[in-house]
Design a protein around this ligand. Structure first.
Ligand code: NAP
Length: 331
């Protein structure tokens, strides 16, 4: 049995009222999980959705927050491929109420990676969700090919910049869309071929100019709302939109007659694990290999202390560039 503190949503509402630090005990992990002592945990817009009661996969509070974490394995079930003392990162048991903003966290064994040499704690804690989602979108659900044009909305956000890097690693031409000059420069640093400010530029005109009137082959859309609706006008014939999320606050509405007339496809993407463990393990091996070769890296943004979790959650509705991370323990 392990005892420690964990940030939990105790009611839906404003983070300062809804998220509380509680003492908890963690029992032995069930088959399919390992228990880690957490050093870092990755943050994102879903934390704000969960706290507000807008996250579709979670029921009523109380539940733990934090979808991903990194640290040292302290307990494993019989037959685990991990051992006590291993340094791992992975997706937590947040869907079962056990999150990563906690001194200990259950991590799904199928999503757990051994932290490669050279990956910092902050990079490790923020690695799993963004890159697993990008892989689901760009490889599994709406595969892109080298030479195709990929438009990424919310490209400086944690989902977007992961897709930006994976898209470049897959050989696509990336057009990154973000809302400030600082974020455009951030996207360019992570490899974007073209950048567009959706607040100040005419998105449709810029995409026409960049693609010489051809449109884009795939839109990666963690944003929804009006921005995505505008971007859809620039899908090439036989193109696709990968629906990832709704950071704008509203879902994308699609016109089925427009889809028919312009021959495009919408693909829903949920970064859930493959049923076959070997297929899922191959996904993580591929991502770790890309990280080891420097093709992808967690774009660590703001790092928050463990005592700052309610403020961190509040700030996820208007985050800075990159992946916010919580430092839970120094070692
Ligand atoms: N499908 C899945 O499996 C999966 C997995 C992970 C996350 N998600 C979803 O993906 C979404 C994004 O999550 P995240 O963690 O990447 O969020 P994030 O890091 O907060 O990034 C969201 C980005 O959206 C931009 N944005 C906000 N409103 C916008 C608007 N109206 N038009 C254009 N851009 C806008 C923001 O930057 P600027 O506006 O300043 O550029 C911000 O950089 C969430 O809905 C989350 O639930 C889905």
């Amino acid at each position: 049995m392990f005892s420690g503190h964990a940030w939990r949503v105790v009611k839906f509402g404003e983070p300062k009222d809804a998220v509380e630090l509680h003492e908890l005990t963690w029992g032995e992990p069930s088959p399919g999980q390992v228990l880690i002592r957490v050093r870092t945990a990755g943050a994102g817009f879903p934390d704000a959705m969960m706290t507000a009661g807008h996250f579709p996969l979670l029921g009523e509070p109380p539940f733990g927050l934090g979808e991903e974490a990194a640290g040292e394995v302290v307990a494993v079930p019989p037959g685990s491929r991990f051992a006590i003392g291993d340094q791992v990162a992975g997706i937590t048991g947040f869907l079962e109420g056990w999150g990563g903003y906690a001194e200990y966290a259950y991590v799904r064994e199928g999503s757990a990676i051994r932290i490669p040499a050279g990956m910092t704690d902050e990079q490790a804690g923020g690695f799993p969700i963004g890159f697993r989602t990008a892989y689901a979108g760009l490889v599994e659900r709406a595969p892109v090919e080298a030479g195709q044009t990929l438009l990424i909305l919310g490209a400086a956000g944690s989902s977007g910049v992961a897709a930006l890097q994976l898209g470049k690693a897959l050989g696509t031409t990336v057009i990154a869309v973000a809302g400030s000059q600082e974020k455009l420069e951030f996207c360019a640093r992570y490899g974007a071929d073209h950048v567009v400010n959706y607040r100040t530029d005419d998105l449709t005109a810029r995409i026409t100019e960049i693609t010489e009137g051809c449109g884009v082959d795939l839109i990666y859309d963690p944003i929804g709302g009006d921005t995505a609706a505008t971007a859809v006008k620039s899908i090439a014939r036989n193109g696709r939109i990968a629906v990832i999320g709704l950071a704008s606050g509203s879902a994308l509405s699609l016109d089925s007659m427009d889809m028919l007339l312009r021959n495009y496809t919408a693909v829903g993407v949920l970064a859930s694990p493959n049923d076959d463990p070997e297929t899922e393990a191959a996904v993580w091996d591929h991502l770790v290999s890309l990280a080891k070769h420097g093709a992808i890296t967690t774009p660590v943004g703001r790092v928050y202390g463990f005592d700052e979790v309610p403020r961190m959650v509040a700030e996820q509705t208007a985050p800075g560039a990159g992946k916010s991370v919580v430092r839970v323990a120094s070692k």
